[in-house]
Design a protein around this ligand. Structure first.
Ligand SMILES: [Zn+2]
Length: 235
């Protein structure tokens, strides 16, 4: 199994690694990685795998049968190669800021209106956010975005840690994002925004709400009786 360094330290931009396997010349597994595989509403990371002076662009990262596979742009990597992983940090950091922002907005909406968050998809330039709420207008939403922006101007710590599954499931609303967690996982990774929210989550986040900056509403859509969709982005 690949060691998932991004779950412990989301700020690692580089790491050494050893190539474990290569399929069809371009699907590479490593002994450890900083590349986040697509999943849980968060896009995959991009970047480079360096072998000496040769750069292999990482164009896709996915999880297949529990293994993290890095798709590179050309053949040449071999098992046992010593390599260096380098993230496209600008893209990843924006995704970290967006991801934490999405949790804050979800928590505020859920606490304030009882809305259930039914979907959450981060993209490089915006966040799509689905929730169920009967009464809904743009003014209300702008109010919640303003509340979120107020929080992003304050020092609030964000932490992540593992809890035994049984203990984690006692936290009210711990699985707010309707993300599926395999029932056989003995421990859940919790992302905690101090004083606001605790979520079971496998994504990468910033350490302090100040790092988010500010968000703005892009557009809203009604997707049926109680289904609302909004798009917001970082500025
Ligand atoms: Zn999340």
């Amino acid at each position: 199994m690949t060691k998932t360094l991004f779950l412990e330290d989301s700020y690692l931009r580089e790491c050494p690694a050893i190539v474990v396997s290569v399929k069809d010349g371009k699907y590479v597994t490593l002994d450890q990685t900083i590349f986040y595989p697509k999943g849980g509403g968060q896009p995959y990371d991009t970047g480079k795998i360096m072998k000496d002076a040769e750069a292999f662009d990482v164009v896709y990262v996915g999880k297949f049968s529990g293994e993290i596979s890095h798709e590179v742009d050309h053949a040449g990597l071999e098992p046992s190669d010593k390599v260096c992983c380098i993230l496209n940090w600008e893209r990843r950091y924006r995704l970290m800021r967006s991801h934490t922002a999405a949790h804050v907005l979800a928590a505020l909406l859920n606490k304030g209106t009882g809305a259930l968050i039914t979907g959450n998809q981060l993209e490089e330039d915006h966040v799509r956010f689905d929730f169920s709420l009967e009464r809904f207008d743009k003014a209300l939403l702008e109010e919640y975005l303003a509340k979120a922006n107020e929080l992003f101007g304050t020092d609030v710590d964000v932490k992540w840690y593992e809890l035994p599954r049984e203990e984690a499931m006692k936290i009210p609303g711990v699985v707010k994002m309707a993300e599926a967690f395999p029932p056989d996982l003995p421990a859940l990774r919790i992302v905690e925004i101090a004083g606001l929210d605790r979520q079971a989550d496998g994504g990468t986040h910033v350490r302090n709400l100040r790092e988010v900056g500010k968000v703005v509403l892009v557009k809203t859509e009604n997707k049926g009786k109680n289904n609302r969709r909004i798009y917001f982005r970082l500025i």
